[in-house]
Design a protein around this ligand. Structure first.
Ligand code: SF4
Length: 369
């Protein structure tokens, strides 16, 4: 979001880099939570600008990437039913399941469609009353309100041929799990600005206090990210652990209370399995009993299984920051955006896709672009 300011201004970037170099006196390890932030860091080479003492670990903030393979397999099973139209965001259709992805299922005759929102799926259900329209709903708290709105509207209209395969996840429990993991190195977080536009940042305050970690709500442009990192490092250098809001042009402490009320009405907090992180208590959203008719798993009597990653894919290690994407042996060879082995190479917010796009060593005989 812009307010007329140029958040890529080279002069501002240079000033912030200098400030960061002055402020950093010791090694610190931070995590940028959101895949959009990862892409900006890699795209603009920000990590080549800041001091060597500073390490940023790429976090699990790409919703397509963290959706576990068992849910992809469940979507494939639903799509195989002749009465079902299965829709989701474009990236989801290319994520490999245990045996194939949804695009391959479409090539074999399944009715799988790219849909831009659950409301688009609702519209399709109105137009196709003899078919069952299932929307594969992935995403953080940012996209969940649109799912909630679609379900509530379907109930109001008495639509019986619309349902959601719900894979929405919540960020704060994932941060708690990362901090509690054995060998955790994260000392501060850049929280995802867009999630906080919906949820605010008050729910991060107990976490910052209890775990003694600074959390800075941060946007997605170079100046945003450098300001977020500078604020986080400043707290660490001072021995503080607070929640700060760098993204004040979009985020209020309380967030969007209308969207939160909608989420509260339609969804309840449930445990959820994350690719790479496993099952995390209170980290998912599931439909409340009053809306259970719109739960595709219940409607079609299906339970997501474990699924099986490609044996060469190290996405779990990438998503938990144990491995840089270009350290994966399959990176750029066995695994490319055209033929991905795992979700982080598919998604437009995936860390592997970011490294492939911006950090791939060119063949020695390649002409510069
Ligand atoms: S480069 Fe490909 S195979 Fe390696 S972790 Fe990323 S998605 Fe998986």
């Amino acid at each position: 979001m812009t307010d007329g300011h140029d958040y890529r201004d080279p002069h501002d970037v240079a000033v912030l880099v200098q400030a960061l170099r002055r402020r950093t006196t010791r090694p610190w390890t931070l995590m940028e939570v959101c895949g959009g932030q990862t892409h900006a860091i890699v795209r603009f080479g920000l990590d080549n600008l800041w001091p060597a003492e500073l390490t940023l670990i790429h976090g699990p903030g790409c919703p397509v990437c963290v959706t576990p393979i068992g849910y992809i397999d469940a979507a494939l099973a639903l799509a195989a039913r002749p009465e079902v139209i299965l829709g989701s965001f474009g990236d989801m259709l290319r994520v490999p399941g245990t045996r194939q992805d949804l695009l391959a299922a479409r090539a074999m005759g399944a009715d799988v469609r790219v849909l831009y929102s659950p409301l688009h799926a609702l519209e399709l259900a109105r137009r196709e009353p003899t078919r069952q329209v299932v929307f594969f709903a992935v995403g953080f708290e940012t996209t969940a309100p649109a799912s909630a709105l679609a379900v509530r509207q379907a109930q109001l209209e008495g639509l019986r041929n619309f349902s959601l395969l719900v894979a929405h996840v919540r960020v704060p429990p994932a941060l708690r799990a990362i901090l509690a993991a054995p060998g955790n190195r994260v000392q501060g977080f850049l929280a995802a600005g867009h999630v906080c536009t919906v949820m605010g940042y008050h729910e991060y305050e107990p976490l910052a206090r209890a775990a003694r970690v600074p959390i800075v709500v941060t946007g997605f442009e170079p100046v945003d990210i450098l300001q977020g990192v500078l604020a986080c490092v400043g707290q660490l250098e001072d021995g503080r652990a607070e929640v700060e809001n760098q993204y004040a042009r979009c985020v209020r402490r309380v967030g969007n209370t209308t969207a939160q009320a909608l989420l509260e009405e339609v969804f309840e907090v449930v445990p959820r399995d994350w690719r790479g992180l496993g099952v995390i208590a209170e980290s998912g959203l599931g439909l409340r009993a009053a809306y259970a008719d719109y739960d595709a798993l219940q409607r079609f009597g299906w339970e997501p299984g474990q699924g099986l990653e490609h044996s060469a894919c190290r996405s779990g290690a990438v998503l938990t920051g144990q491995l840089r994407p270009n350290e994966c042996p399959a990176f750029g060879t066995g695994c490319t955006p055209e033929a991905p082995l795992g979700a982080p190479m598919v998604s437009s917010e995936g860390a592997c896709a970011a490294y492939y796009r911006y950090r791939r060593p060119l063949p020695v005989d390649a002409e510069p672009a």
